[in-house]
Ligand binder design. Structure first.
Ligand SMILES: Nc1nc2c(c(=O)[nH]1)N[C@H]1C(S)=C(S)[C@@H](COP(=O)(O)OP(=O)(O)OC[C@H]3O[C@@H](n4cnc5c(=O)[nH]c(N)nc54)[C@H](O)[C@@H]3O)O[C@H]1N2
Ligand SMILES: Nc1nc2c(c(=O)[nH]1)N[C@H]1C(S)=C(S)[C@@H](COP(=O)(O)OP(=O)(O)OC[C@H]3O[C@@H](n4cnc5c(=O)[nH]c(N)nc54)[C@H](O)[C@@H]3O)O[C@H]1N2
Ligand code: SF4
Ligand SMILES: [Mo]
Length: 659
């Protein structure tokens, strides 16, 4: 018997067929009927069955018996764990206020983060950390401020899309579904441009590979805009009719002729001009997202904004085969308000998260402003804006350690491993060891380094052990339903159950149906079907029909209703509204003295084909393929330093050292 659901390992949500015999999983293959992945899975999914059965999985709730991190645990029942945790949370709320709780998650795993957000909203805490903070927040803020939508789902349409710029992204490793559609579109004549300092597998297949000095993408974007505007290759009609602030942008762009951009980026002048022309004259075209540009510190804003303004001035906005403005779910009672309605009416301190108190122009204000701006177009809220409200971890550890701007005393880490995936490991370690953190609950598949420092550890069910609804963080126009393949092994439970059971003990009962399936039924109400009815009818995917040039009817979801090239929302936040180029915090240009001592530039974060961040490292068949941490160095640099393939090296920066 085969059950159809989704691979829960990453955001691609590929459809899987799970073969089950006598209640046991026998194999997992791609589901060819699924629009997500169309039956093809990446290599990571070959570890799904091993993950499900792995001997090191957490199977029972544990309570700390020794000191934090000592490794002494006592096995307890779920009801004891939940009773004790709920009672401690209630006491912390009474003493310090609800905002003293933070929910810590990471990348999307099994798509259940919304349950944590719902819980926090009802509990009264705005302190939620989740994936978007890592991989997209600057882009969301820029897109929402400029045109009021996000364009995340834009994939090339083979035969239609004529140019695709993969900018700071490596889909051949990170997004295999997108990668396949790119290769297909390239075969039908689409030009693929890759902008990456590394010659990646993606760059190797490109028609043009552009290799900038890391962190200089903002200058490259300005240089490209310079060519496009001075050669009149921009979409004058769209700019005249729909954009505000072109004159101001033009003044800035004028300062960046291609030779100046070339000096900053290290890319030959001819190449900058060629790529600019290619992009502007091959419509419809797409410029991808990609996390690299979100990780450039002071250089991020110009890079992200520049990449986005290129899309706008060439009129590649909401055109078929181009950059599609995402509308939101059809027929789903899953709205932004679920996660924010209570908080919106709370007193200021409870409404504003820890980071908002530290940096006055932080995202919470951006969020409130955006809610104002979008009201006309999206009276019920727009789910991408949730990304603006997540807490910045940088401000979280001082809130634990020093109680500033207010104390954080409890943390629930479900589906995240911050000790290994969030910057500033030493600070995080201190915070997790601190007595100020009175309660730390972790829920995971495995005992991670982060959970080793927790007080309660709860065993999570995997994607083969629960039903599912794929809402992808509210970032798609489609959603999908997945059957539950088998019952959870041992005492594992789905994440929904954690939040539901805590909620029920803390006065939130009416908001939480007893099971995830019951909650999915609530979400599905607008379709007139229950979860089981939908599955029985074979309706497991719900797609919104794509509309183009929606703005002609509705306008853009900005204060002015137009595309704001110089966003008024940025002005209100006190940001420079223009994409003025700034060097990265440390660079040969900005800190030349430092560059003498530290002559190499480190870029970090490139994905590993066999793992999802720290996940899957336990799986032998994958671990064998990539057993050790890896560093890539340019062959000439390596030769000069006497480093050979396979050598162990130490990387040292101003903040730390790693082998
Ligand atoms: N230097 C650097 N750091 C980075 C990045 C970078 O590019 N450079 N990338 C960043 C990005 S984009 C991201 S998204 C983050 C990811 O950061 P994290 O999300 O913290 O990393 P993961 O290792 O994917 O997953 C965390 C944990 O979730 C557990 N898990 C899996 N499924 C479930 C489940 O169903 N329930 C529960 N409760 N737990 C589950 C896994 O076992 C794992 O321990 O890392 C960020 N860190
Ligand atoms: N196998 C696998 N796939 C994954 C994940 C995983 O852990 N493993 N994680 C998932 C998640 S949560 C995310 S967010 C996505 C992220 O997926 P991507 O956005 O593709 O992120 P990266 O793999 O870090 O690739 C970024 C590329 O940018 C380049 N780069 C670095 N610095 C610069 C720069 O200054 N300028 C430019 N132009 N380029 C630069 C790097 O060399 C790298 O090739 O991947 C998802 N897919
Ligand atoms: S891990 Fe691979 S198969 Fe699973 S959802 Fe992600 S891309 Fe698809
Ligand atoms: Mo991510």
């Amino acid at each position: 018997m085969a059950k159809r659901t989704f691979c829960g390992l990453c955001t691609s949500n590929c459809g899987i067929e799970v073969h089950v015999q006598r209640g046991r999983v026998t194999k997992v293959i791609g589901d060819s009927q699924s629009p997500f992945g169309k039956g093809q899975l990446c290599i990571k999914a070959s570890g799904l069955v091993d993950l499900h059965r792995h001997a090191d999985r957490l199977n029972y709730p544990l309570k700390r018996a020794g000191k934090r991190g000592e490794g002494k645990w006592e096995r307890i029942s779920w009801s004891q764990a939940l009773d004790e945790i709920a009672s401690k949370l209630a006491k912390i709320r009474d003493r310090f206020g609800p905002e003293a709780l933070v929910s810590m998650a990471g990348t999307i795993h099994n798509g259940l983060e919304w349950a944590a957000w719902r819980f926090c909203n009802l509990f009264g805490s705005p302190n939620i950390f989740a994936q978007g903070k890592n991989c997209g927040e600057p882009e969301f803020l820029s897109e929402l401020a400029t045109y009021g939508y996000d364009t995340r789902g834009s994939s090339p349409v083979p035969g239609l899309t004529r140019c695709f710029i993969a900018w700071g992204v490596n889909p051949s490793v990170s997004r295999h579904v997108v990668w396949r559609s790119l290769l297909e579109a390239q075969k039908s004549g689409m030009k693929l441009v890759v902008i990456d300092p590394r010659l990646t597998e993606t760059a190797a297949k490109a028609d043009i590979w552009v290799q900038p000095r890391p962190g200089t993408d903002g200058a490259l974007a300005l240089g490209m805009m310079n060519t496009i505007i001075s050669e009149n290759l921009y979409d004058k009609k769209f700019v005249d009719e729909w954009c505000l602030g072109f004159d101001k942008l033009q003044v800035l762009v004028h300062e960046y002729p291609s030779d100046r951009a070339s000096r900053i980026t290290g890319i030959p002048v001819d190449k900058i001009i060629m790529v600019a022309r290619l992009y502007a004259t091959n419509k419809p075209a797409i410029i991808s997202r990609g996390v690299a540009l979100c990780h450039l510190g002071s250089a991020t804003k110009s890079a992200i904004q520049g990449r986005m303004l290129l899309r706008v001035i060439t009129g590649n906005i909401d055109n078929q085969g181009g950059q599609v403005l995402r509308e939101g779910f059809p027929n789903l009672a899953w709205t932004e308000n679920m996660f924010w309605d209570r908080l919106a009416n709370h007193p200021l301190r409870t409404r504003d998260n820890v980071s908002a108190h530290k940096i006055s122009s932080a995202s919470v204000r951006g969020y409130s402003l955006y809610r104002e701006a979008m009201k006309k177009v999206y009276p019920k809220g727009y789910t991408a804006s949730q990304y603006l409200v997540f807490v910045s971890p940088y401000y979280l550890w001082p809130a634990i350690l020093e109680g500033k701007p207010y104390p954080i005393r409890a943390m629930i880490t479900a589906g995240g491993n911050p000790l290994t995936t969030v910057a500033g490991g030493r600070k995080i370690y201190q915070a997790l060891k601190s007595e100020n953190l009175e309660l730390h609950v972790g829920m995971d598949l495995f005992m991670t380094p982060t959970l080793e420092l927790a007080d309660y550890v709860l065993p999570a069910a995997d994607c083969l052990e629960q039903p599912s609804i794929r809402v992808n963080w509210g970032l798609d126009d489609s959603f999908g339903l997945g059957e539950q393949p088998v019952e959870p092994l041992y005492e594992r439970r789905g994440d929904y159950q954690l939040w539901r059971e805590l909620g029920a003990r803390l006065g939130q009962e009416e908001h939480w149906p007893e099971t995830l399936e019951g909650m999915i039924d609530r979400f599905l109400e607008p379709t007139g079907l229950t979860f089981q009815e939908a599955l029985a009818k074979g309706e497991s995917y719900f797609n919104a029909p794509r509309h183009f040039e929606k703005y002609k009817e509705k306008g853009f979801a900005t204060f002015s209703g137009k595309v704001e090239l110089v966003p008024s929302l940025f002005e209100k936040l006190g940001y420079d509204p223009l994409p003025s180029y700034e060097e990265p915090p440390q660079s040969p240009e900005r800190t030349p003295e430092l560059a003498k001592e530290f002559p190499l530039i480190l870029i970090s974060g490139a994905r590993n084909r066999y793992y999802v961040h720290s996940t899957l490292r336990q799986i032998k068949r994958l671990r064998e393929k990539s057993p050790d941490p890896l560093v890539q160095i340019h062959p000439e640099t390596a030769r000069r330093l006497g480093i050979r393939r396979g050598d162990w090296v130490c990387i040292e920066t101003t903040v730390g050292r790693i082998k």
